[in-house]
Write a protein that binds this ligand. Structure first.
Ligand code: UT7
Length: 336
């Protein structure tokens, strides 16, 4: 049976460590507020002019090397980001140029916090159908260049960090789907009725006359806007739904899962889900304390950290779920 499996992981965060105390020096916030409401203690922001594709490049090189592959053996690049290098072309093309592997397809996925799971699902379909054998799947963000670092933007700005995570997804011919590592399932969802609950309005053709003109800039439409309470309410409903859907599709229960690697938007969201499913604390791998919300990169960063800290070992059954702007939400169940 032709299936895909995660061959390797890689991650990279920039050098600029920014603590909650650092933010409290430039806006009306506090370490106490950020920790209590979100669990975040620090994040990394680029110091110089690094772009999203630069962080993606480092994470990708590590993942490719750990897969035991040469770059030219990668047959497709899928990159999820909401903070592209430029308006167009897609950041996957800039990453491809930096990797030096021209000719193969390079696809951007714009599904924000759910972007990595959407990308994993797309890659899985290509591999299951026998089209490609090795696909590089990346989630990468440079948020810090697009955050309003003042009192008006504090509700959003304190939440986000820069970083990249990558996996190489490879084709495997499996005989025993119960024990052999592979992607068991992915389930994807969206509801555009909530598109404006978490979004950056400009630049874009949805604006009155110009994609980004003087009035958009004056009104701060190029900064992200979030209705935090609404997002939170939907996240704690939709992530469990996607998780149950994935488990049911495979005849599994939460207790069958060895490790949960969720999207990292708020520690309280993940704690609520863990409580709802009676998942023991040690089975939920959180990284938000160290890296904040790196959007499309949270899950691949989580996988890589979990591997490097010995929490995630070959053969373990893993469940991931994510929720975010769109609204979009998804789950993936995989034996690592
Ligand atoms: O991955 C993308 C998906 N994003 C999410 O999942 C985020 C989901 N939402 C959340 O995590 C939470 O809603 C937040 C952490 C963003 C906010 O927590 P909250 O408990 O919903 O706080 P709130 O928005 O109701 O704000 C409470 C108070 C307000 O002041 P008043 O009106 O009570 O006087 C805010 O103005 O906290 C104020 N506030 C802040 N204070 C200090 C908002 N941001 C800050 C801040 N520092 N950074």
């Amino acid at each position: 049976m032709l299936r895909s499996r995660i061959l390797s992981t890689g991650m990279h965060v920039p050098e600029g460590l920014v603590t909650n105390h650092d933010l409290a020096r430039i806006m009306d916030t506090s370490d106490e507020w950020i920790r209590q409401r979100t669990g975040i203690e620090q994040r990394y922001w680029v110091k110089g002019n690094e772009a999203t594709s630069d962080l993606a490049l480092r994470a990708s090189e590590i993942a490719i090397e750990r897969a035991g592959l040469q770059k030219h053996q990668i047959e497709m690049i899928i990159l999820a980001t909401l903070s592209p290098d430029h308006e167009f072309p897609g950041t996957a093309c800039f990453l491809q140029k930096k990797l030096g592997i021209p000719g193969i397809p390079a696809l951007d996925v714009r599904q924000q916090c759910t972007g990595f799971l959407y990308s994993l699902s797309i890659a899985d379909q290509f591999i299951r159908n026998g089209v490609y054998r090795n696909i590089l799947v990346v989630g990468a963000e440079v948020h810090s260049k697009g955050l309003e670092k003042n009192d008006r933007g504090r509700d959003v700005t304190v939440l986000f960090g820069d970083g990249a995570g990558a996996v190489v997804l490879g084709a495997v011919d499996i005989r025993d789907p119960k024990s052999e590592p592979h992607i068991l399932s992915t389930h994807l969802h969206a509801d555009g009725a909530f598109a404006e609950e978490l979004w950056t309005p400009a630049p874009g053709t949805g604006n009155s006359s110009e994609r980004v003109g003087a009035s958009e800039l004056e009104n701060g439409l190029h900064w992200p806007k979030m209705n935090g309470k609404t997002v939170f309410m939907h996240a704690v409903k939709r992530m469990p739904e996607a998780l149950i859907e994935g488990l049911k599709a495979n005849g599994l229960t939460p207790s069958d899962i060895d490790l949960f690697v969720f999207h990292q938007a708020n520690l309280r969201i993940n704690d609520m889900i863990a409580k709802q499913f009676e998942i023991p604390e040690e089975k939920v791998f959180n990284t938000i304390q160290k890296f904040a919300n790196t959007t499309a990169a949270t899950i691949p960063i989580g996988l890589d950290e979990a591997v490097r800290t010995g929490k995630l070992k070959k053969g373990m059954l893993v469940a991931s779920a994510a929720f975010g702007s769109g609204f979009t939400w998804a789950s993936a169940i995989y034996r690592f």
